[in-house]
Design a protein around this ligand. Structure first.
Ligand code: GLU
Length: 368
C-alpha cells in the first residue's frame, strides 16, 4: 500500500541477490527483477537502484575469495567488479528496454551540503530523462574513515536527498522478526514499526551474511534516517523472483513508517546526517532554551567531544548522553574548547577575533 502511493522509489539490492554462495551469477533473478522495475516505470513511478556487488563480482572475476580482504585489496577488486556489475545490468536491462546510468558516491557527497545538492540535481535530471540511476559506494576511493561501509545507510541517504517516498531494502530475510528466524522456527515477523525503541533494537541481531556488509543493525540505522526524512522504508525478502510484485501483492515484510515531518529539505538533511563529527553536552538551561526554539550559546555548553571544523554536523546531548538536537556548528571544536561555559560577550576577547555569538544557530539546528 505504501508503494502504490509512492512516486519516487529507491530499491537496494544486496550482493547475495546477484551472486549465490557458489559464486554463480543469479541471471534469472535479475531478469525477473527487471520486470518489476519495468512495471513500476509503466505506472509512472521513478525508480532509483542502490546495488551492491562490486566486490563480490570483482572476486568472481579475479578468482578470489571474499573473506578477510584488506582495504586496499578490496578497493582494487571493487574497481574491477563495478564494471562487471554494470555489464550485468546492461545485459539484462537492455533486453527489458530500461535506460539506466551509474552513480558512485563517497560519504562526503551526501554529508556536505553543497555536494548533496549536487548529487540531488544529477539524480533529478536522470529521473526526468526516464533513466534509472544505479548507485553504489565508490569503493575504489572510499577509505575506512570516509566510508558508509554498507549500502543500507547509503540507500537511506540517497532516499533522503532525492526526496523519495519509499525505500525498499531487499535482503535475504522477510523482515525484522522478534527472534532470529534462522535459529527459531516460531519467530514472528513484525509488520509495521512506528517507533524504533530498545525492543526493536534488540530484535535486530547482528547477523551478517558473507557478501553483504549490513545485517539488521545498519537496516535499523537506515530506517531512522528514513523516518526523519518522511520516507517509508521496508525490509523485504529479495530472494523471491519478482520481489517487488510480491511486496505489492502479499506485503509480507517489515515497514517502518515515516514520522510526520514538517521539516524543510535542509533541516531534513541536517537531522539525518550519518556521520556527526562530535558532540556537545549542554546544561538544563540550554535544553529549555532549545525547546523554545532558541539558538545554542556558549554559556550552556559544559563539555565537548570530537575534532570538528566550523560547519560540521554535531550532536547535542544532555549530561546523561541523551540526544536533544542535531546541528551544524558555527565554531570549530578547538574554538568551542576555549569558549564553553562563557558568556557570549567574552567570545571576542577569548578567541581574539570577532565571530558569531551562537555556537549552533537555530536555523542550523533540529530538535529531536
Ligand atoms: N559497496 C559494496 C559492493 O558493491 C557493498 C556494500 C554492502 O554490501 O552493503 O560490493
Amino acid at each position: 500500500m505504501y508503494l502504490k502511493n509512492s512516486e519516487i522509489i529507491v530499491i537496494k539490492i544486496g550482493s547475495s541477490l546477484l551472486i549465490d554462495d557458489k559464486m554463480n551469477i543469479r541471471n534469472k533473478w535479475l531478469t525477473e527483477f527487471s520486470k518489476d522495475v519495468k512495471e513500476l516505470i509503466k505506472q509512472n513511478k521513478k525508480v532509483i537502484l542502490v546495488s551492491s556487488g562490486a566486490i563480490a563480482l570483482g572476486c568472481k572475476k579475479l578468482n578470489l575469495t571474499m573473506r578477510n580482504l584488506k582495504l586496499d585489496k578490496s578497493q582494487a577488486i571493487a574497481s574491477v567488479g563495478q564494471i562487471e556489475l554494470m555489464n550485468l545490468f546492461k545485459k539484462i536491462f537492455n533486453k527489458m528496454k530500461i535506460n539506466f546510468s551509474q552513480i558512485l558516491l563517497t560519504l562526503e557527497d551526501t554529508e556536505q551540503r553543497r555536494r548533496a545538492i549536487n548529487a540531488k540535481r544529477t539524480i533529478d535530471n536522470l529521473l526526468q530523462m526516464s533513466f534509472v540511476p544505479i548507485v553504489n559506494e565508490n569503493d575504489s576511493i572510499a577509505t575506512s574513515e570516509i566510508k558508509y561501509g554498507d549500502n543500507d545507510r547509503l540507500a537511506s541517504r540517497v532516499a533522503q536527498i532525492s526526496n523519495a517516498d519509499s525505500l525498499i531494502l531487499l535482503s535475504d530475510v522477510d523482515g525484522l522478526h522478534d527472534k532470529n528466524p534462522k535459529l527459531f522456527k516460531d519467530a514472528k515477523l513484525i509488520k509495521e514499526i512506528q517507533d524504533i525503541d530498545y525492543k526493536i533494537e534488540n530484535f535486530a541481531t547482528k547477523t551478517v551474511n558473507i557478501y553483504g556488509k549490513g545485517g539488521m543493525k545498519t537496516k535499523i540505522d537506515a530506517a531512522r534516517v528514513c523516518q526523519l526524512s518522511g520516507c517509508s522504508m521496508a525490509i523485504a525478502n529479495g530472494l523471491y523472483l519478482r520481489p517487488i510484485k510480491k511486496i505489492i501483492e502479499k506485503n509480507n515484510c517489515t515497514w517502518f513508517l515515516p514520522k510526520v515531518s514538517k521539516l524543510d529539505a535542509r533541516k531534513k538533511w541536517i537531522v539525518s546526517s550519518i556521520s556527526p563529527k562530535g558532540h556537545l553536552i549542554i546544561d538544563e538551561g540550554a535544553i529549555s532554551a532549545l525547546k523554545k526554539g532558541k539558538s545554542l550559546l556558549a554559556a550552556g555548553i559544559t563539555d565537548i567531544k570530537g575534532n570538528f571544523n566550523k560547519g560540521d554536523h554535531i550532536k547535542i546531548l544532555d549530561k546523561n548522553m541523551k540526544e536533544h538536537a542535531r546541528g551544524l556548528s558555527s565554531f570549530s571544536s578547538s574554538e568551542i574548547l576555549k569558549i564553553k561555559g562563557k558568556h557570549s560577550n567574552k567570545i571576542q576577547s577569548l578567541l581574539g577575533y570577532v565571530s558569531k555569538s551562537e555556537v549552533v544557530h537555530k536555523d542550523d539546528m533540529v530538535e529531536i
